[in-house]
Design a protein around this ligand. Sequence first.
Ligand SMILES: C[S@@+](CC[C@H](N)C(=O)[O-])C[C@H]1O[C@@H](n2cnc3c(N)ncnc32)[C@H](O)[C@@H]1O
Length: 314
Amino acid sequence: MKRSKIEHLPVMVKEVVEYLNCHQDGIYIDGTLGSGGHSLEILKCSSPNGRLIGIDWDEDAIAVAKNRLNHFQDRVTIIYDNFKNLGNIVRELKVHEVDGILLDLGVSSIQLENEDRGFSFRLEGPIDMRMDKSSRLKAFDLVNSFSIPELEQILWNYGEERFGKRIARSIADYRKHKPISTTVELADIVSAAIPSRFRSKRIHPATKAFQAVRIAVNDEFRNLETAIQVGIDLLRKGGRFCVISFHSLEDRIVKQSFRLLERGCICPSGMPECNCQKESEVKVLTKKPVLPSEDEIRENPRSRSAKLRVAERV
Ligand SMILES: C[S@@+](CC[C@H](N)C(=O)[O-])C[C@H]1O[C@@H](n2cnc3c(N)ncnc32)[C@H](O)[C@@H]1O
């Protein structure tokens, strides 16, 4: 497919807009602006006065979204930054409280389908995987210089890859001869390290390893944890925090962070000597995650693993 034709279809847009309770005087933050699909709907639903602050750390995404949302003029502010900095971003804009925050995690189809960005094991390109092209660490550096135990830890912690040890050893053996420089080279090393009887026909054997390396390169889990902590404090009473995640480890972080904020206490539940005086900061509105409809999955297969969780500031 020609790159200019690649589109990113936003996931669970109707559900997001409903949960955000968009209204015409509201201020909303889209922390993962991408190509602006969710932002566009938020702006429409909060018309004529609602305001949107859109954040992304990918310059290419910023350019696409600016072009798409241009006609909303001063109702939109687009910021090139990491969403973990949303406290400072909002302060600099002299905004004190917001009505809703959205994080739609992971990479966009535009990033994934661009071989130069090095996210995909299907498309040959340099192993890069940085969402923010100005950041220092590339996937190339990680696979070519991290130690075997470090690689193994990344593969397990961020990909739950049970063959992490074998993959890490294969990577180390290969790079003794030459650096691993392309996505397909890495995918082949990973695939060969997984015993054939454990290779699924449906899912590419390098899926988990690529996910793990991408999460490590972009420090995705830490960014998410920080954004939830900081973001909850920015919400006005009744304001809502929506997070769409695409794999179980990410979803677990969202679920646990919301639950701890709801309990208002970080002691393990049932601990008799717990003296926490902190009050609950949020009410979790989705005891179970909201999933895309079958129609949506048919129209946009990428949506099939999406999970939406929502917490409301109390
Ligand atoms: C799944 S896409 C979002 C798509 C968007 N909702 C839309 O409708 O087009 C995720 C976007 O979040 C951005 N992103 C991921 N982590 C980020 C972070 N820590 N800070 C800022 N942007 C981030 C990525 O660069 C990507 O453009």
